[in-house]
Ligand binder design. Structure first.
Ligand code: HEM
Length: 579
């Protein structure tokens, strides 16, 4: 099999099992399910920082040495450790998360009053979203990705199930019981916080043991993971403190002056550190851009990790002390500086290096990752405006709510959607279930987020019913977006990749009646020929699997006005050169 930059790793392993040893040497079959990565070699080499030419040379040497049929092929296993975390996160956000949020928002819009809602319900929604939707997604991905970027095995894998069981029980008890006035069972809210602490400590233990067990040279992203773990632990203990307060004072609402800064400590500390760590390690390959500017991302690391605790403490006391108030207003600037420095360091809006421009692969996730950073810029701008608004005024509260939404939906949720759409198919060695649904999700979530963030600001500026009405509808766009995304991802996660069955009829010659899918499926190297003859849709794996199964060479050449004789001749030349 002739290897080219678009050769799919699992196809090469299939036809030349002896190449598996080379891929293992370069740590390139650590994802991808039972058949190996469904990724073009050139992309995977860049993503894993392996020199493409040396890799191909070694692969060709292994093939030349042959002996594939005698080589013992260790079965590749599919690691599904992330699945239950991600599936539970989807269920949570589609029930008590975005859907409940959209109901609350519509109610506020009808009442033209943000204080018309029992705040404990909003806090239950908030907890379900930050610990449930976001927390579970990050835990699931981290348990899968960190051992792979650290080139080691996950330690204490069995504890991950306990970690999962405890966190979802804790979440369930908290979300159901915080807003409900059943005094006799209020102690269960305390239990919920203790279960979450145990779960998050177990998670931290597993991840830290895995990182420390790695023999890999520490990368710049390592300290972001460490800081993220620390903020996750700190958050869960602060959460416990807030629950003890609720229990002791027999109340249902955590004071807003504590809950709101706590939410930002969790987001700017734990969540940002994990997202930044994964971005530093992967965005250069995903977006085909230069590697990060280390000085800039290092600066972000220190400025953000110093600013976050100051932000939290000064906001806690801003209503009591003018010094704390001024500091809480001033700290917005270093945080904004840290975010813009990271965007500069990550090169997220810079031109592509074009190193992978010849590589055929789905890149639909790229716009989602870039748009997430646009929303981070919106978050930053609102963060810089808030200190200039009257402290605790209605307008400031509305801007605060908009900032929350820009960061939780615009940046974080968008990032989860972008990465899940890229990573989960990669984990499984298959394609995303539907690119159409991915694009629809992108349009709907951005529409909903835009309407919410800017109509809530306008409500804060002049409170017109029209802006309330727009705001009240915005949540339903986001519910639709996450519903479609959840369905698309669930279908992808449920797709099992069966070991490729030997083809019924091995193609020896392509005729005008041959289906285009069979040609590329049996001879992946012919894909380049299709592209050279202008069949650009063949670049899309889903199109190949759908249209390609029905379209014969005759139909395709007619549709694209291609000289069938010349095309058949070129294809058969390629195939016969294989024999
Ligand atoms: C996507 C659809 C969503 C809708 C319709 C929605 C709706 C709401 C509403 C109406 C409020 C109360 C008003 C306000 O404070 O602005 C709220 C607050 C909150 N939401 Fe959401 N939300 C959504 C997504 C999210 C996400 C993805 C997260 C977190 C990852 C989140 C976390 C929170 C938190 C923590 C609060 C309380 C903020 C505070 O009191 O300081 N929400 N949400």
């Amino acid at each position: 099999m002739e290897i080219n930059r678009n050769t799919i790793i699992k196809d090469l392993i299939e036809s030349h099992p002896e190449t598996l040893a080379v891929f293992k040497k370069y740590n390139l079959v650590i994802a991808g399910g039972v058949r190996g990565p469904n990724e073009p070699i050139a992309f995977f080499a860049k993503a894993h920082e392996v020199n493409y030419d040396i890799l191909v040379q070694e692969l060709n040497e292994a093939i030349a040495k042959g002996g594939g049929e005698t080589v013992e092929i260790p079965t590749l296993e599919e690691d599904k450790i992330y699945e239950k975390f991600v599936k539970t996160a989807i269920i949570l956000t589609l029930t008590v998360g975005v859907t409940f949020g959209a109901v609350i928002l519509s109610y506020i819009a009808v009442k033209l009053n943000f204080n018309s809602i029992y705040y404990a319900l909003i806090q239950a929604h908030g907890h379900a979203q930050i610990f449930g939707w976001v927390g579970l997604c990050i835990m699931g991905f981290a348990l899968y990705i960190i051992p792979r970027v650290k080139n080691t095995e996950l330690r204490h894998r069995n504890l991950a199930n306990i970690c999962y069981g405890f966190i979802i029980t804790g979440l369930f008890l908290r979300i159901v019981l915080q807003p409900t006035p059943f005094r006799s069972i209020r102690f269960l809210v305390l239990i919920s916080a203790i279960l979450e602490i145990i779960s998050i400590c177990l998670f931290a233990f597993i991840i830290l043991r895995t990182i420390f067990a790695s023999k890999e040279k520490p990368g710049i992203f390592d300290k972001f993971f460490m800081a993220g773990i620390s903020w996750f632990l700190i958050s869960t203990f602060i959460n416990f403190g807030m629950i003890v307060y609720l229990y002791k004072h027999v109340t249902y609402e955590i004071p807003k002056v504590v809950f709101s800064p706590f939410v930002h400590l969790y987001l700017f500390g734990f969540v940002f550190m994990f997202i930044f760590a994964i971005n530093i390690r992967t965005v250069f390959a995903f977006l085909d851009i230069k590697p990060v500017r280390e000085k800039a991302v290092n600066l972000t690391f220190w400025v953000l990790n110093i600013s976050v605790p100051i932000y939290f403490i000064t906001h806690l006391f801003a209503h009591r002390s003018i010094i704390a108030l001024r500091l809480s207003q001033g700290i917005a600037f270093p945080i904004a500086f840290a975010l813009i420095t990271f965007i500069y360091g990550l090169r997220i809006f810079e031109r592509s290096t074009k190193e992978l421009q010849d590589v055929v692969m789905d890149r639909s996730y790229a716009k989602t990752i870039r748009t997430a950073y646009l929303w981070l810029i919106v978050t930053m701008v609102i963060l810089l405006i808030i200190p200039f608004l009257g402290y605790d005024s209605d307008m400031q509260r509305r801007f605060h709510g908009s900032l929350n939404h820009a960061v939780t939906v615009g940046f974080i949720t968008m990032m989860i959607i972008g990465y899940a759409s890229k990573m989960i198919p990669t984990f499984k060695g298959i394609d995303m279930y539907s690119l159409k649904l991915s694009n629809l999700t992108f349009i709907l979530i951005n529409t909903g987020c835009f309407l919410r963030v800017f109509s809530q600001i306008l409500v804060g500026i002049n409170g017109k019913p029209l802006f309330y009405a727009i705001m009240g509808t915005s949540g339903w766009f986001e519910v639709a977006a996450l519903g479609i995304f959840g369905y698309n991802l669930w279908k992808t996660m449920n797709t099992t990749q069966e070991v490729k069955s030997p083809v019924a009829v091995k193609l020896t010659e392509v005729t005008k009646d041959t289906k285009v899918f069979d040609i590329v499926d049996q001879y992946p190297e012919t894909l380049q020929i299709f592209l050279d003859f202008g069949f650009s849709q063949m670049a899309n794996p889903v199109m190949r699997k759908t249209m390609g199964r029905v379209a014969s060479v005759e139909m395709a050449t007619k549709m694209h006005n291609v000289d069938i004789e010349k095309f058949l001749h070129t294809l058969n030349d390629k195939i016969s050169s294989k024999k």
